[in-house]
Design a protein around this ligand. Structure first.
Ligand SMILES: C[S@@+](CC[C@H](N)C(=O)[O-])C[C@H]1O[C@@H](n2cnc3c(N)ncnc32)[C@H](O)[C@@H]1O
Length: 293
């Protein structure tokens, strides 16, 4: 089951106490949500969003066991303003965004997020949307694929991998995670294959970001989350890769410059060695916190 990362730091930096209204815009498997719900009881209210209906179902089951007041809704966090106003709420005391994929999503082969699991090239977090990774792999031009791998994966062999995809798909469709993984392994030089991370890591990340329009959604969500914070309220964002972290950092610096926000974490908070040992997925996590003036 998904283990919530940096949980103690999240709880303490959000300054949670009984009676507060909190928005967890990435409720996922409800790990942070459960801890938040306990911290704001009695009298608190938790709003949980996720663009994955399966996550909403999972977290609902979990939170119902805790009790307390909460509302879970299937929303992309880029539309969090609509979700919050539908509940007739204007201001919340704290917002959490724990972005990226959950371990539960990664573990499920049929979702296609992981090259370590056999599955269709899907990668949609929101299954009501049409565009899948297979559509991109099979439909984009050489130039477009190269650009996605470079931009969203910072992949140095972007061109070589894109070329291998284009050549292969002329012979047969590329439909599965393992087919793409094998193709990538063959397309990159031997020394790269023996590197620290698997050569398919960056391409899979890039496709996932493109399928879910992740960076744009984050850019849209941050000002909306901040706008719904009451004065003194805090926004905590956990990111797992440098592209997201850059967007968060720039947004925080902008609020500081405008005098609308105070950066609470001068440097991002990282997991301890012990947390990384217990939960490998936490190793790239960075937590940044901004307070509304
Ligand atoms: C890292 S997990 C969150 C885990 C959660 N904090 C927990 O402790 O169980 C990220 C979740 O955010 C969701 N997500 C990612 N991007 C989203 C977006 N733009 N809108 C809504 N949910 C999103 C994913 O579907 C996933 O369930």
């Amino acid at each position: 089951m998904h283990k919530p990362v940096l949980i103690e730091s999240v709880l303490s930096h959000l300054k949670l106490k009984a009676g507060l209204i909190v928005l967890d815009a990435t409720i996922g498997s409800g790990g942070h949500g459960e801890a938040i719900l306990k911290a704001i009881a009695p009298g608190g209210f938790l709003i949980g969003l996720d663009q994955d209906e399966e996550a909403i179902r999972r977290s609902k089951e979990r939170l119902e066991k805790i009790g307390g007041r909460f509302s879970l809704q299937h929303f992309n966090f880029r539309d969090l303003d609509l979700a919050v106003s539908a509940l007739h709420i204007r201001y919340v005391h704290a917002v959490l965004l724990d972005i990226g994929v959950s371990s539960d999503q990664l573990e499920e082969g049929k979702r296609g997020f992981s090259f370590q699991k056999e599955g269709p090239l899907d990668m949609r977090m929101d299954l009501t949307k049409e565009l899948t990774a297979e559509h991109l792999v099979m439909g984009l031009s050489l130039k477009e694929l190269t650009s996605i791998f470079r931009q969203f994966g910072e992949e140095r062999y972007a061109g070589k991998i894109a070329q291998a995809i284009v050549t292969r798909r002329q012979q047969a469709p590329i439909k599965t995670t393992t087919a793409l993984k094998t193709l990538i392994e063959r397309a990159v030089p031997q020394k790269y294959r023996a590197g620290k991370i698997h050569p398919a890591t960056r391409v899979f990340q890039a496709l996932r970001i493109a399928v879910n329009d992740e960076l744009e959604a984050l850019r849209e969500a941050l000002p909306k989350a901040f706008d719904h914070l009451e004065s003194g309220g805090r926004l905590a964002v956990i990111s797992f890769q440098s592209l997201e972290d850059r967007i968060v950092k720039q947004f925080f610096v902008k609020q500081k410059t405008l005098g609308t926000g105070t950066i609470v974490t001068k440097k991002p908070i990282r997991p301890t060695d012990q947390e990384i040992e217990e939960n490998l997925r936490s190793r790239s996590a960075k937590l940044r916190v901004l307070e509304r003036n």
